[in-house]
Design a protein around this ligand. Structure first.
Ligand code: GLY
Length: 593
């Protein structure tokens, strides 16, 4: 394994691409004006997913969590747009039809492969802690942590949203279609209405008490006090107006002026649990370009998002420890495979909890964490045949002398993942979130505000030792989001990622193993039942063959919990053709041409 700090785009290359965006270049055969995503094509994609077979295409593809969002994306691609153009369409529709998971009020990480320069880079659109926030934001008077939902619901948990700025930055660098037109699908659906999906309706039903805490949110999701039912036609004129403003004037209108004023007022003037996010935080927000973090696995480079995400480092550690074990020979049905994967994950999570945070604020042993010698040493711990009794963080090489205590943050699953390949060969892998389902439950201008600040550790110290992921003004909370592009011989072969809180890491690593070690196609890989171990006990997916592993895993000494495991893996394999897979646990599809 190597730690590959590849800043794929020089500023010069970025500027040149930004210049190109002024001209909407149409490739030969582009279908401007015609909707590619007909109902027949969408139905065929859905049937393919239901049958457990991947969707195939030759030129372009989108895999994401809602068919309406996928349709918007492939229509942009069919009209000659790039993956960066399509991301704007997909994200703005997701913010409408899957508002509980992501949107303008949240943050995102994008891993981007640029075909022209044959290189990778990442954009960090993570939320920031307000400049007026203190490290004890989530502590009670006595210094003890607040209850999780006491912290989540209200203004206190709201970080500066990064998603609008990220979309704008990606479009400026890599877009080809005019910015304004990329919002058309979402504006049309918001004005004219869309059918509430069963998943959205189910989540509203389960969250009525918290949704009721803010009147605008309650009116939208529970009009007249009744939770939205599946199939209801829902309009969002406030969201349409917001999109029209951003379409006309760029993401600046989100970060300054009326929208920013109203975000501040919503967060700060709340009668319960107000927060400190201000217009200044919005005005100074900026997206950061960061090098992709890559790890070698089975002669592939598995590349993703470095700090402030723990995603690429933890996925990379898991795979790095497993690289010397022949999982292919053991097979997917063998409990021994799952012991190795599970304990490699526990070891990686121990390092994650100790060392990983926003490296712009705290020194991190980033290179040491994925040093081959260090991981080979850690991998020896897996040599037995039973569950590890004790798992603690290792001692990777530090280039400084700080010591940290274990992180105490709790992450619950929401979030959404988008994979896109365009007709130019660019690849986008973006995971996007407002953190908890429905975020802070505060709604303004038609979108929900995130609760991302609860991804910080609520405690600042443990036994007097500081915690790396403690809150600080301007800092970005540690994430588990793992948008990934797998490379082989310098070319992308797989785009993948998932929602799922800190289980994102296990879902993503497992799907990569299924594809590379067990030869599964991309739909089989995302559908494969889950067995995830982060902190000691194994979670195995109820109602699937993973639950059948329980007796063997218990025999090895694990506590086993049989439970729902709600990933949302969306993947595209890139070879002679494109093959897309959409997670059967959610409502998305893969679609392309
Ligand atoms: N809030 C989910 C994550 O960033 O991991």
């Amino acid at each position: 394994m190597r730690f590959c700090l590849t800043v794929a785009f020089s500023l010069i290359a970025g500027a040149a691409l930004a210049q190109q965006t002024a001209d909407a270049v149409q490739p030969e055969g582009a279908t401007e004006g015609a909707a590619f995503a007909t109902s027949e094509r969408v139905a065929a994609a859905q049937a393919s997913k239901d049958a457990g077979t991947p969707v195939s295409a030759q030129t372009f593809m989108v895999a994401a969590a809602n068919p309406l969002a996928v349709q918007a994306g492939v229509d942009v691609l069919a009209a000659g747009g790039t993956a960066a153009d399509a991301l704007v369409a997909v994200q703005t529709v997701l913010g409408l039809v899957e508002p509980q998971s992501s949107g303008l009020g949240g943050g995102a990480f994008l891993v981007w492969y640029d075909a022209a320069s044959q290189s990778l880079t990442t954009l960090d659109g993570r939320e920031t802690a307000p400049l007026d926030a203190t490290p004890r934001l989530f502590q009670k008077e006595d210094g003890e942590p607040m209850g999780f939902f006491d912290a989540v619901v209200g203004g206190r948990s709201v970080g500066t949203p990064g998603t609008p700025a990220l979309l704008d930055e990606a479009h400026k660098r890599w877009g080809r279609q005019p910015w304004g037109g990329l919002f058309d699908a979402a504006i049309d659906l918001a004005d004219n209405g869309f059918a509430v999906s069963p998943r959205l309706a189910g989540l509203v039903e389960r969250d009525t008490e918290r949704l009721a805490s803010y009147p605008i949110t309650a009116d939208y999701f529970m009009p007249g006090g009744t939770p939205l039912a599946a199939g209801t036609t829902l309009k969002n004129p406030a969201y349409a107006d917001t999109l029209r403003a951003i379409a006309a004037d760029g993401s600046e209108v989100f970060y300054t002026g009326k929208i920013a004023q109203d975000i501040q007022a919503t967060v700060q003037a709340l009668s319960f649990n107000p927060g400190v996010l201000s217009q200044l935080d919005l005005a100074v927000y900026h997206v950061k370009e960061r090098p992709a973090v890559c790890a070698t696995y089975r002669a592939h480079e598995v590349c993703g998002m470095g700090p402030p995400s723990s995603g690429a480092l933890t996925v990379g550690q898991i795979l790095g420890m497993l690289d010397s074990y022949d999982l292919g020979a053991l097979g997917a049905d063998n409990p021994e495979s799952w012991r190795l994967i599970g304990d490699a994950s526990r070891l990686a999570f121990a390092d994650r909890g100790r060392y990983m945070a926003d490296s712009d604020y705290v020194p991190m042993p980033t290179a040491g964490l994925v040093d081959p010698a260090y991981l080979a040493d850690r991998a020896q711990l897996l040599d037995g045949d039973a569950a590890l009794e004790e798992v603690g963080p290792g001692t990777p090489a530090f280039d400084h002398s700080l010591n940290w205590a274990d992180d105490q943050s709790l992450e619950l699953p929401s979030t959404s993942h988008i994979s896109i390949v365009d007709s130019y060969g660019n690849v986008a892998s973006m995971t996007t979130t407002i953190e908890n389902a429905f975020g802070s439950r505060l709604m303004v201008h038609g979108f929900l505000l995130n609760n991302e600040l609860t991804d910080f550790s609520f405690r600042t110290h443990s036994d007097g030792v500081p915690i790396a992921n403690a809150l600080a003004p301007g800092k970005r909370p540690r994430s588990s989001m793992s948008p990934t592009i797998v490379m082989k011989d310098g070319a992308p072969v797989l785009a993948i990622g998932s929602p799922g809180g800190s289980r994102i890491i296990g879902y993503t690593a497992k799907a990569i193993i299924a594809h590379l070690d067990w030869g599964m196609d991309v739909q089989q890989a995302v559908s494969l039942p889950h067995a995830v171990n982060r902190f000691g006990s194994f979670d195995v997916e109820e109602g699937t063959t993973a639950a059948d592993l329980a007796p063997a895993l218990e025999g090895m000494g694990y506590e086993v919990n049989v439970r729902g495991l709600n990933s949302g893996l969306h993947a595209i394999a890139i070879g002679d053709d494109l093959q897309g897979g959409a997670d059967p646990r959610r409502e998305g599809i893969a679609l392309g041409d």
